[in-house]
Write a protein that binds this ligand. Structure first.
Ligand code: ATP
Ligand code: MG
Ligand code: MG
Length: 366
């Protein structure tokens, strides 16, 4: 059988691998540790450390096709890999999306709206230029931010010093704060033949800047839905997408949308698709990278997905007996650290409000 190589052994790599194994593929994963979520799955070949050129060459040797589960891959290394292995997604989309500056430019070039923003190379430049954006605003490091890390909100001039150390490692962008009504995400996938489909749109609720819940279908108007799908198609086209792209958006009071950021991979907000759809984002991703025809995603049932962070694992296990209708996913991570994504629960439901209440009243996510 064919072997799929996956760069990164976290939960996204694991769920890709599980889907690919179902379809008969062998899996090799590039990761620095056997303790990763992929290391816990039987019959996955682990190739050591992703920043090591020799490891990339080894992955290339054992893999018929290579994909990735995260965007912070060394770009030059990945580019070299595309010359010695089949990497259908290419390296360009990684170069663009691993830096907020090039990512925002690409979104604008695709003809989609973004928050007003400027680029600053230093704290002094921020102080000098902040009036172009005003307050409230958000300073974000151009690289390596996730779960709101590497971000500072500025409510007034007095907050400026809070942003000082963001510049230690990276250029930053400064964005106008968008008073959004909702956050949504569109997951779009495309194969080399041009088959292109979006998953049903998810409505995302964050707690402490970390995704807490995704509600599907998103409670938005058909008009907003169309705007969101159109934007995802435009960006996918502009980036010549192969594989998966998650597009995070803000929905304004008038139903218009603003694109927040991109992720060139399956996304936390798409995990609901495993139970709620006729195909999961992971199976579709695998189909896209191996060149199989894509299936039009269809929602079998409305759903709520809730993330399980380190502090939620023990309370979940303690009350699991009460919730036979919850689908529980745990990723096999060893240490249940606070705020670390350990798993998720998906609940299929005909009554979203009742399910949100059930989640709250469970006391697990207090
Ligand atoms: P992720 O974990 O999704 O990769 P991240 O650290 O890359 O997150 P963003 O998605 O850019 O960061 O921002 C995190 C959250 O902060 C957003 O989901 C949103 O709630 C809020 N936020 C970010 N930018 C803005 C903005 N311009 N206006 C209002 N809220 C914002
Ligand atoms: Mg992000
Ligand atoms: Mg985000």
């Amino acid at each position: 059988g064919q072997t799929i190589g996956i760069i990164g052994g976290g939960q996204l790599g694991r769920m890709m691998a599980l889907s690919a194994k179902e379809a008969g593929f062998k899996i090799a994963v590039l990761d620095s540790t056997m303790n990763s979520p992929c290391g816990q799955v039987a019959d996955i070949q682990i190739v050591a450390s992703y920043d090591d050129e020799a490891a990339l060459e080894e992955l290339a040797e054992v893999s018929d096709v290579i994909t990735y589960e995260f965007e912070n891959i060394d770009y030059e290394g990945l580019k070299k890999l595309t010359e010695i292995a089949y990497v259908p997604q290419g390296a360009e989309i990684i170069r663009i999306t691993q830096n907020r500056v090039t990512e925002k430019q690409a979104i604008v070039e695709a003809g989609c709206p973004v928050a007003p923003y400027i680029v600053c190379d230093s704290y002094e430049e921020l102080v000098e230029k902040i009036d172009q954006i005003g307050y409230p605003s958000i300073v974000k490091t151009a690289r390596f931010g996730y779960d709101g890390k590497g971000q500072v909100k500025l409510n007034s001039k007095e907050d400026l010093p809070l942003a000082k150390n963001l510049f230690e490692h990276s250029q930053c962008i400064v964005e106008g704060f968008i008073p959004f009504e909702k956050e949504i995400s569109v997951i779009i996938q495309r194969n080399a033949n041009g088959d292109t489909y979006c998953f049903p749109i998810g409505e995302n609720i964050h707690v402490n800047h970390i995704l807490h819940e995704t509600i599907v279908p998103a409670r938005i108007s058909d008009e907003t839905k169309n705007l969101a799908d159109e934007a995802a198609h435009k960006i996918a086209e502009h980036l010549q997408l192969i594989g998966t792209l998650a597009v995070e958006m803000f929905v304004l009071k008038d139903g218009q949308i603003i694109i927040n950021e991109l992720a060139p991979r399956p996304h936390n907000s798409g995990h609901y698709s495993i139970e709620a759809c006729n195909i999961s984002q992971f199976s579709q991703h695998i189909r896209a990278v191996v060149g199989w025809p894509l299936r039009k995603p269809k929602l079998h049932s409305p759903a709520v997905m809730v993330n399980i962070l380190g502090q939620h694992v023990a309370p979940l296990i303690n009350s699991i007996v009460k919730y036979p209708h919850w689908s529980v996913h745990l990723y096999g991570k060893k240490e249940a650290k606070v705020n670390r994504k350990m798993g998720h629960v998906t609940i299929l439901t005909d009554d979203i409000d009742q399910t949100l209440k059930e989640i709250e009243e469970s006391g697990i996510w207090l």
